[in-house]
Design a binder for this molecule. Structure first.
Ligand SMILES: Nc1nc2c(ncn2[C@@H]2O[C@H](COP(=O)(O)OP(=O)(O)O)[C@@H](O)[C@H]2O)c(=O)[nH]1
Ligand SMILES: [Mg+2]
Length: 224
């Protein structure tokens, strides 16, 4: 009799342990954790940045993975931050734009040694700026001008100039296309003034080189 009771207690205890483990495992992605997205054109250095953040810089393996990679960091106050590397093939998709509302902050990485990336970077930024979550809560955005170690890398003032030029192109083409399913949130395209990044107080531009994990500005942005 005692033997049977013993077995039952053991089974119940094991079941309880398994269930509580599962619950705490699931909590790594609960609503208390803030989520930060890393976005940017292909080859900008997103995955490298994620590896630096997760201290695996000794073995940077970059892939064109379709699945987002993510890492969980712990702030000094013990609050968790999940940083997600969002691969480039997702940005035009509505799924991504809907997901922006989950993001506490966004890191937009660009290869500043490649002026050819500015168009794609501008398009990503534009889509974020006209998304409802951004317009509602003005999510902080850090634009990382990566690969500053390269000789040809441009600096922030040049980037601002190139960027507004590209955004003006997007405005023009969006105005021209009178689509029926047009995005009514897109107020930017009707703005007469030339696009100026300084009109957006939650956007900051920094020059970095992710290569040797010199990412102090990114860390400040994440942890502050
Ligand atoms: N010179 C230099 N190369 C970098 C830097 N950051 C990343 N890279 C290289 O750029 C390439 C693309 O990086 P990756 O992180 O895969 O870009 P992703 O496509 O945005 O994820 C890789 O060969 C990296 O080693 C940097 O700061 N300087
Ligand atoms: Mg990558």
């Amino acid at each position: 009799m005692y033997f049977i009771i013993g077995i039952i207690v053991l089974i119940l205890a094991t079941a309880f342990l398994i269930i509580s483990r599962r619950k705490s495992g699931g909590q790594t992605v609960n609503a208390d954790n803030s989520v930060i997205f890393i976005v940017g054109d292909k080859n900008a250095g997103k995955t490298s940045l994620l590896y630096c953040l997760s201290n695996q810089n000794s073995s940077i393996q970059t892939t064109n993975s379709i699945e987002p990679n993510q890492t969980e960091l712990v702030k000094p106050n013990n609050q968790g931050v999940i940083v997600v590397d969002v691969p480039g093939n997702n940005y035009q998709k509505e799924q991504f734009l809907n997901k922006i509302q989950e993001a506490k902050k966004i890191i937009l990485v660009t290869d500043s040694s490649e002026t050819s990336q500015i168009g794609a970077t501008a398009a990503i930024l534009y889509n974020i700026l006209i998304s409802i979550p951004f317009q509602k809560s003005k999510i902080p955005i850090l634009i990382v001008l990566n690969k500053q170690d390269k000789e040809k890398a441009y600096k922030a003032p040049d980037f601002e100039m190139f960027l507004s030029r590209e955004i003006e192109k997007i405005k023009k083409s969006r105005k021209a296309v009178q689509e029926q399913r047009e995005n009514t949130n897109d107020r930017i395209r009707f703005q007469e003034n030339q696009f100026d990044i300084n009109d957006f107080p939650t956007i900051k531009i920094v020059e970095q080189s992710v290569k040797d994990c010199n990412i102090q500005e990114v860390q400040k942005f994440i942890f502050n």
